[in-house]
Design a protein around this ligand. Structure first.
Ligand SMILES: C[S@@+](CC[C@H](N)C(=O)[O-])C[C@H]1O[C@@H](n2cnc3c(N)ncnc32)[C@H](O)[C@@H]1O
Length: 225
């Protein structure tokens, strides 16, 4: 663990990394894609890609891409775009690379969202799916600031994550979320507040009760011109 990345939850889960992996532990990673299918995340990815309005000439980055499902969907939706998936987890990236085999103009890089190895204003779009709730507050703020830095003026960050205006009526997962310290920043207008704090213009695009995830909310952060 480095001092830069405080990860009490990660430690509590017995995870040896300084980040929380996709399925919580390396040993569970082989089941991650099946789990995401059962959770209905493919539909959320489809909606997020549509929200991002990708065009052929764009450069697109996903932060926290895990096994690459959203990154690959973005590429298949807009084959002319240049798409990069990034994640600190080498095991997940290896799976992503295998799945993207044969596609051109897509690559995967090891990177922490809070310290992206890309120049300023490099991307037209940044995507983030189910990643922010993996980060502690300070890291989350740093990650959003990095997304702003790597976006060109007028470029946009598109986020889908658990949280938003969650109520106990949203179901069991929602009730768990409401009592989970780690997810606290994702509740209410926590994410819009963080987006504005780092300099984005922010919109809540949609928020929906989700049968398996409680509540999911879609956000757009635009880097002002
Ligand atoms: C639930 S998975 C989501 C993966 C993918 N975006 C999807 O929608 O299937 C969360 C991902 O965030 C990654 N992650 C955790 N900490 C991170 C960090 N500091 N920077 C970037 N990614 C991180 C994990 O390794 C994991 O792959």
């Amino acid at each position: 663990m480095t001092k830069d990345h405080p990860h009490s939850v990660v430690e509590a889960m017995g995870n040896r990394h300084d980040y929380l992996p996709a399925a919580g532990r390396d040993a569970l990673l082989p089941g991650y894609d099946l789990l995401t299918r059962l959770l209905g995340m493919y539909k959320l990815h489809e909606t997020l890609v549509a929200q991002a309005e990708l065009t052929a000439d764009q450069r697109v980055l996903e932060i926290g891409c895990g096994t690459g499902n959203l990154t690959i969907r973005a590429k298949r939706t807009q084959p002319g775009a240049e798409v990069i998936g990034s994640d600190p987890d080498l095991l997940a990236l290896a799976r992503a690379e295998r799945k993207a085999h044969g596609l051109n103009g897509i690559r995967f890089e090891r990177a922490y969202a809070q310290k992206l190895p890309f120049p300023d204003q490099e991307f037209d779009r940044v995507l983030s799916s189910m990643m922010l709730h993996h980060l502690e507050t300070g890291v989350k703020t740093a990650a959003l600031a990095e997304a702003l830095r790597v976006l060109r003026p007028g470029g946009s960050l598109h986020i889908v994550d658990v949280g938003g205006e969650v109520t106990p009526d949203d179901g069991l997962m929602a009730r768990l979320l409401l009592h989970n310290d780690h997810a606290r920043d994702n509740l209410g207008d926590g994410i819009p507040q963080l987006l504005r704090k780092v300099g984005f213009d922010c919109a809540v695009v949609a928020s929906q009760r989700h049968r398996r995830l409680g509540r999911v909310t879609f956000y757009r952060g635009t880097r002002p011109n």
